[in-house]
Write a protein of this length. Sequence first.
Length: 175
Amino acid sequence: MRAIFLDRDGTLNLEPTDEIVASADQVILHTNVIEGLQILAGLDYKIFILTNQIGIAQKRITEEQFQAVNQKVLELIAPSGVQIIKTYFCPHQPADNCDCRKPKTGMIKQLLAENLDIDVSNSWVIGDRLSDVGLAQAIGSRMILVNMAGKYIEDTAEFVAHDLLDAAQIIQNEG
């Protein structure tokens, strides 16, 4: 089975300038997220969210606050018809040198242990950071960098998309 590994903050929902979405009332979906998810829902992929959450390590948010924010994101995308199988998150900061913080592969290893039928070589990572690009490279998946702010040079990923709708259309066209 093929999968789509979606980043959350900055890809699905707006990310504040301090990069921490601390409460559910801060959750605002990016433009065209619902439309992009509707396309993805019609394709033969299992969809997961994989997100680094440094705010937990920095004690700027609790795990309960993270879960409330995540639940709000899931509620807002529910009308798209897409089923998110599960959200995986890393609660560490880079200095912790954990195995789960993207671009390292710990979240993928956990996901694969729970979903034995996923073929990562025929799957996609969609995210807005170079850590997402690194994850895709580490696991051998295809990659789309959502580069709304134009902050990365365009040769860092296999594909560069303006938003999730653009990314979904790329996947649709690639088969």
